[in-house]
Design a protein around this ligand. Structure first.
Ligand code: ASP
Length: 432
C-alpha cells in the first residue's frame, strides 16, 4: 500500500502524525505509554540506520578512492571537494554572524529569564562542559591527532570515530591504487559487492521509515512533557528571536546560497534537486543525524540526481563526516546570542575568532544528534565566554538540531552535484 506514495510524502505524513500524536499524548497523559510502546520503534529505526553507517562509509570510501584509478584524479576530485566544503562552511558561518548581528537576539533576554534557565539546566551544562573539556584541554593540534586511529578495529566499533574511519578508508584506498591491478582486484571487488549489499539493506530499512519517523517525532515532542506545555511555550517565547535567527540563517543558506551555487556551477534543475532530496531532508529532520541519513543521501544522489557512483561514494561519506554548514551557522549564532545575553561585548576580532574556531569545530562535530552543542563550548571558550551560557539554549537545542541537520545534508548533496558536474559525471535522469 505504502509503495505507491512517494517516500517524501510518506515521511512527511508520519512526521506530522508523530507531532500531532505527541501533543495529544502530553495532553491526555499518554506519556508513559509512548515511552514504553512508541519510542522503541524510533530507537530501532535509528539503530538500523547507524548499523550500516560504519560499513557504508568504509566500503564506499574505499571503493570511491580506489575507483579514482590514479592519484592525480584523486587529488583533483579531493581538492575540489575539500575546497567546496570549506567555502560553503565559511559562507554559512558568515551568514550566521551577520544574521546574529542584525537581529541581536541576545539583547532581549530578561535577566530573570537568564537566571531561571541557568538554574534549570545546571546539570546538563556540567555534562556537556565535561565532554567539551575532553575535546579541548589537549592543545590546538589535538583534533588532528584524534583524526589518526591507532587501531582500526576499535575505531570501527565506535560510530563517533567516523573521522578516523574516513582517514583509514582514504589511506587504504590510496594503497589500493598503488597495488598492481591483478592483486588489487579481489579487494576492490570485495568492497564493491559489500557496497551493493548495503544499498539493498538501505532499501529494506527505509520500509520502516514511516513508523520510525512517527515514533521519533512522538518521542521528541513528549520529551518536553516533564516541563509542561506552558513552560515550553514560555521558553520558546524567550528564545524565539534566537530560534528565529538560527532558522533564518539556515533558510538563507539552504534556500538562497546553496541553490545559487548549484545554478552557477552545475546544470542541475532546482526542482529536480529538491524533489530528489526531499526524503533525505525529512529524514535528517527526523533523526537529527547526518550520519544516520547518509545511506539515503547516497542512494538518492545517485538515483535521483544522477551523481555518478564514483563521485557520490567519495564526496558524500566525507561530507557527512566533515561538512556541517548548518552546525557551523548555528554555532556562530548561538555563540553571539549567549555573549549578548550574558552582557559580554564581542569585538570584530572576537567574531572572526568565532568563524575560525567554528570552521574547525564543525569539522570535528560528530554527525549525531546534539553533537553541535558540545563543540559550541569550545567556541565559547575561544572568545572567553563562560560555557555555562549554553544553559540558555539547551531547552530548544533539539528543535534547532533537527533544522541544522537538514542544512548539513543539503550542503553535502550540493557539493556532490557540483563536483560531479565539473567532472562530467552528472547524468540527471530524465523523469517521465
Ligand atoms: N546533528 C547534527 C548532524 O548530525 C550535528 C549537530 O549539529 O549536532 O549533522
Amino acid at each position: 500500500m505504502f509503495k505507491k506514495i512517494p517516500l517524501h510524502t510518506q515521511i512527511l505524513i508520519s512526521l506530522v502524525l508523530g507531532l500531532v500524536y505527541g501533543v495529544l499524548a502530553i495532553h491526555f497523559g499518554w506519556v508513559e505509554f509512548t515511552q514504553n510502546w512508541i519510542n522503541p520503534w524510533g530507537t530501532i529505526f535509528v539503530r538500523l540506520l547507524k548499523l550500516i553507517a560504519v560499513p557504508l562509509v568504509l566500503a564506499s570510501l574505499i571503493t570511491g578512492v580506489a575507483s579514482l584509478s590514479d592519484l592525480q584524479k584523486l587529488s583533483r576530485i579531493g581538492g575540489k571537494t575539500i575546497a567546496l566544503y570549506l567555502m560553503t562552511t565559511v559562507v554559512a558561518l558568515t551568514i550566521g554572524v551577520v544574521v546574529a548581528n542584525v537581529i541581536n537576539p541576545g539583547l532581549s533576554v530578561p535577566s530573570e529569564m537568564r537566571e531561571q534557565l541557568q538554574s534549570l539546566y545546571e546539570g546538563d551544562v556540567e555534562a556537556t562542559a565535561q565532554n567539551a573539556v575532553a575535546a579541548k584541554s589537549k592543545g590546538p593540534l589535538q583534533p588532528l591527532v584524534e583524526m589518526v586511529p591507532s587501531n582500526i578495529f576499535s575505531s570501527v566499533s565506535d560510530n563517533r570515530a567516523m573521522l578516523q574511519i574516513v582517514f583509514f578508508a582514504i589511506l587504504f584506498g590510496i594503497g589500493l591504487i598503488q597495488v598492481e591491478n591483478a592483486k588489487a582486484k579481489p579487494m576492490i571487488d570485495f568492497f564493491h559487492s559489500g557496497n551493493d549489499v548495503i544499498i539493498h539493506m538501505v532499501d529494506m530499512i527505509m520500509l520502516m521509515a514511516p513508523i520510525g519517523v512517527f515514533a521519533l517525532l512522538a518521542q521528541t515532542v513528549t520529551a518536553f512533557a516533564g516541563q509542561g506545555m506552558g513552560q515550553v511555550m514560555e521558553l520558546l517565547g524567550a528564545l524565539g528571536l534566537y530560534c528565529m535567527a538560527v532558522i533564518m540563517g539556515l533558510g538563507i543558506h539552504s534556500l538562497i546560497f546553496l541553490p545559487i551555487l548549484l545554478k552557477l556551477l552545475s546544470p542541475m534543475k532546482l526542482k529536480t534537486f529538491f524533489q530528489g532530496m526531499a526524503p533525505v531532508q525529512l529524514l535528517a529532520f527526523s533523526t537529527s543525524s547526518s550520519g544516520a541519513t547518509l545511506p539515503l543521501t547516497m542512494e538518492r544522489a545517485e538515483e535521483e540526481l544522477g551523481v555518478s557512483e564514483e563521485v557520490a561514494s567519495f564526496v558524500l561519506p566525507l561530507g557527512a563526516t566533515i561538512n556541517m554548514d548548518g552546525t557551523g551557522l548555528y554555532q556562530a549564532v548561538a555563540a553571539i546570542f549567549i555573549s549578548q545575553a550574558m552582557g559580554i561585548d564581542l569585538t570584530f576580532v572576537d567574531q572572526l575568532t568565532i568563524i575560525l574556531t567554528a570552521v574547525l569545530a564543525s569539522i570535528g562535530t560528530a554527525s549525531v544528534p546534539g553533537a553541535g552543542i558540545i563543540m559550541l563550548v569550545v567556541i565559547l571558550e575561544s572568545v572567553g565566554v563562560p560555557s555555562s551560557g549554553i544553559a540558555l539554549i539547551l531547552g530548544v537545542d533539539r528543535i534547532l538540531d533537527m533544522v541544522r541537520t537538514v542544512t548539513n545534508v543539503t550542503g553535502d548533496a550540493v557539493v556532490a552535484t557540483v563536483v560531479a558536474a565539473s567532472e562530467g559525471q552528472l547524468n540527471t535522469p530524465v523523469k517521465s
